[in-house]
Every structure is written in C-alpha cells, then in structure tokens.
Ligand binder design. Structure first.
Ligand code: HEM
Length: 464
C-alpha cells in the first residue's frame, strides 16, 4: 500500500473511532456546556446550597429559616420558571409569594387532596391504572417497549381529573391534560420548545368547567375565574400529573434494571400486592432520583449561620440531588435495604421538601398512590431495560414490558432486544443532548426577553 493510502486509512480509522465513541463522551460534555451557557445567560445571582458558603450540615436549617420565604419576586431565575410553567404562573402555588392569596390557594389544595380517604385513593388509582394499562396494547403475544413516563401520564391525568371534578375522566379531557403535561415537562427538560396553543386549549376547557359550575369541591375564592382555571391547570394538570408520571417512571425503571429486586418484589407481595420492600424501593427511588433538581428561595431578611451572613434579597438554590447524595460514602447508590439499617433522620432525604417551608401538599398520598400503581404494573408485566437512568430522565424511561403468565412466572430476559435497546438509547442520547443544548439556550434567552415575572411585579408596584 502507498504512503497516501496508509494516510487515508489511518484518518478514516480515527474518524470511525471518534464517531463510535460519541455516545460515551458527547452527552456529558454537552450537559456541562449547557450548564455554563445557562449560568452565563442567567448571571450568577444564586447561592448554591450545599456549596462554598453553606455546607450540607446547614442545608435543612437554612431551608427552614423563616426568612428563606420569598418565592418569585426578586430573582431573574423566576422569569425562566414562569416561562416554563405558563400560562398563569402568577397563581401557581409553587410560585406565589407568601400572603393571603397563597394561603387561599394552599388551603384549597389541601382540602381537595384530603377529601379522599386512603381507601378511596387506592380504589381510584387501581381502577385508572387497570384502564390505562389495558390501553398500552401489551398482549400475551406482543411484548412492547414503552417510554415509562409517557405510559404513566394518561393514568395520572385520569386520576387527577376525578380528584378535581368528582366524575370519571372523559377521553377528550384526558388527551388535553396529557398534551399539556407533556408540553410542560418536555420544555422543562429542554427536549422540546413550549407550545402555548396546546396549553391554552386545556385552559379554555377548564374555564368552561368553572363557568358551568362543575368544580364541586371549591376553588380559591380570592382568584378570578380565569385565575382559578390557571390554578387547576398548574397544580393538578401540570404539577400533579408531571410529578407522579416522573416518579413512577423512575420507580419502574429502577425495578426494570434490577431483575433480582423485581423477583423479590413479586415474592414478597401479599394478595393485594403490598410489600414493605416496595415501600422501601419507593423511598430509595425518591432519594436517589429526587424529582426537584433545584428549588429556589429569595431571602426576605438577613440570615446568620454561625460566622456566615446571608443578606436579604439573596437567591438560595437548594440542590436536592447534591444534598441527598452527601452524608455517607454510599449515599449515591441505589440500595432499598439501607432503610432497614439506617433511620430516616440519619439519611439526607427530603423528597417532598422541608416541612417548615412550603413542603409538597401531596407528601402523604404520593407514595401511597405510587405503591398502588406500581403493584398493578408488577402484577401484569415483567419489566426489563438496559437504558440509561439519570435524575432528569430525558429519555422518558425506555422499558420492555412482557406479560406474565397466569402463575405470574417471569419470562427469560430477552438479551438481544435489550442489547439493541442499549445501543439505541446511547445514540439517542447524542442527538438529544445537542437538541437540549440548542433549545435550552433559546428558551433561557427567550424567558429573559419576555421577563414574565419581573414585568408582573413591576406592574403590581406601579398599581400601589
Ligand atoms: C412523588 C411525587 C412528588 C414529589 C417527589 C414532589 C416533590 C415536591 C417538592 C420537593 C416540593 C417543594 C419544593 C420547594 O421547596 O420549593 C413540592 C411542592 C409542591 N408540590 Fe409536590 N411532589 C410530588 C407530587 C405532587 C402532587 C401529586 C401534587 C399535586 C396534587 C403536588 C403539588 C405540589 C405543590 C402545589 C407544591 C408547592 C407547595 C407550596 O409552595 O406551597 N406535588 N413537591
């Protein structure tokens, strides 16, 4: 072979090697780049907790401080969250400033959720799960790869429709809710741009229900009818549906990746499919894969932590994963049996926030309803996956569902199909991370341009 030919073959080999190795390094690099670009566009106004200024040991104390109570006003970062949660972010419970309107909204949510007793929740979730799992099209002869987050959304849309309206969810409403929730969560993960048209179709539907007097369990009285529609959309058909679908996707993906754990779960399930192990797996899932990345607060007064003083007007960025994964050498590992060894208080674990500072109103019912839905899935299918599992779950949890036989015997894991799934997931990661980089940068820029939060508060100040 001539020297030139050698040169060409060597160059071709390098190109092939670089291309083949893309899935192993490009997604990580792009994530790091995205974080840098977001920081550049947003400015570095925030104080990361835990971080240089405040350590893990003071995380909970700072979060629970009465002066860590500002929610939206005064943080440029709020423009981005309002952009993602629109329409109506100004009445979204998570982003309302403390005061009478917040109290009215929080009271209404509490009343709506606690209206149902434990048995009612169990019956409702089991029934909706059975209906929606039947619609997945997995039959005795047809195993299917599904995206777990997508598979779970119609279930939670139906559940929360019934919680709010006290009647079974019609298919057109379910589809509107799913379209809205998918749009919000995909924009949040930067895998798609937001589509306000899809969201506004649901707002109009909800407004119609309110005008027809079809919301039997009360609405926040201090809000206008339009704001009440935004409240329903934000709390139930956005937050509840998205959070429950994400939590279930994490839970089922963690089980699918661990055949031994899945076998133990089946063995330990009693006649109602309840097991203490399943409860531990749920706790461990929410600990290792906390649904909140960062929750922010704006300080309304100075806070002293020993020598450290945090001035009023600071933006605190509470990083859930950093907190959960600190404190013990094996804290980042998925080990449901840790809950047999360690007491809750000894583990850094606040999956539903801190009780002194606006914790999740669904902290009581979320694990209970996850258990019922997971039991229904495990009773029907063997789950297997080889896909990547990260906290932000941009791949939506690819998983192979194979029906169990009448004796609940598991089929053999399909090695070839799983190998293919792995390759596909890795390559999708390459493309997706580039998409996230471009769309994320655009949305951060667009949110800064629109200044939804700052404009809202400026108009309020001008009125006073
Ligand atoms: C496993 C599922 C869920 C998890 C892990 C979760 C987690 C959280 C966390 C960590 C917070 C506090 C964030 C902060 O401090 O800023 C929160 C707040 C909130 N969550 Fe959840 N959540 C879940 C399900 C739900 C559901 C089903 C609903 C609706 C029924 C809901 C509605 C809310 C609301 C309205 C807030 C704001 C609370 C306030 O500021 O007063 N969440 N959630």
């Amino acid at each position: 072979m001539s020297g030139t030919a050698w040169g060409w073959s060597a160059a071709a080999a390098v190109v092939v090697a670089v291309l083949a190795s893309l899935p192993f390094w490009l997604p990580g690099l792009v994530v790091a780049l995205r974080v840098r670009i977001f920081a550049l566009v947003n400015g570095d106004e925030g104080i990361p907790v835990p971080g240089k200024l405040v350590g893990t040991e003071d995380f909970k104390r700072l979060y629970a401080d009465p002066a860590a109570n500002g929610r939206s006003r005064g943080a440029a970062l709020s423009d981005l969250f309002w952009y993602w949660l629109a329409p109506g972010p100004q009445v979204h419970q998570e982003h309302l400033e403390p005061g009478p309107r917040y109290d009215d909204v929080a009271r209404t949510t509490r009343r709506t959720i606690t209206r149902l007793r434990k048995d009612d929740w169990e019956e409702l979730v089991a029934r909706c799960a059975a209906t929606e799992l039947d619609r997945l099209g997995v039959t005795a002869t047809r195993a299917r790869v599904v995206r777990l987050r997508d598979a779970m959304m119609p279930l939670w849309a139906s559940v929360y429709y019934e919680v709010v309206f006290g009647e079974r969810c019609p298919p057109d409403a379910r589809d509107l809710i799913v379209a809205n929730a998918e749009d919000v969560v995909s924009a949040l993960k930067c895998t798609r741009l937001r589509h306000m048209g899809r969201r506004e179709r649901l707002t109009r539907y909800l407004r119609g229900k309110i005008d027809a007097g079809a919301v039997p369990y009360g609405l926040p009285a201090m809000l206008t009818e339009q704001e009440q529609a935004f409240y329903l959309q934000g709390t139930y058909f956005n937050t509840a549906v998205v959070q429950m679908s994400e939590a279930m996707a994490h839970l089922l993906l963690a089980i699918a990746a661990r055949p031994d754990l899945q076998r133990r779960l089946r063995k330990e399930a009693d006649h109602r499919q309840h097991s203490a192990l399943l409860d531990r797996v749920i706790d461990e899932t929410l600990r290792v894969y906390p649904l909140f990345g960062v929750a922010h607060r704006i300080t309304s007064a100075r806070i002293a932590l020993g020598e450290t003083v945090i001035p009023a007007g600071s933006v605190l960025l509470f990083n859930y994963a950093d907190f959960h994964h600190a404190g013990a050498p094996d804290a980042a590992e998925f080990d449901p049996d840790r809950w047999l060894r360690e007491h809750l208080e000894q583990v850094n674990n606040i999956p539903f926030g801190v009780s002194a500072n606006r914790p999740c109103p669904a902290r009581g019912i979320a694990p209970l309803t996850m258990r019922v839905a997971a039991a229904e899935v495990l009773r029907r299918y063997a789950l297997s996956t080889s896909a990547g599992h990260t906290r932000s779950l941009p791949n939506r949890g690819p998983c192979l569902l194979t029906p169990l036989d009448a004796d609940q015997r598991e089929p053999r894991r399909p090695a070839a199909r799983l190998a293919l799934l792995r390759v596909r997931d890795r390559w999708e990661d390459v493309w997706r991370s580039l998409v996230q980089l471009v769309l994320g940068t655009y949305m951060v820029w667009d949110a800064r341009r629109l200044r939804l939060c700052r404009t809202y508060f400026a108009a309020q100040e001008a009125e006073q």
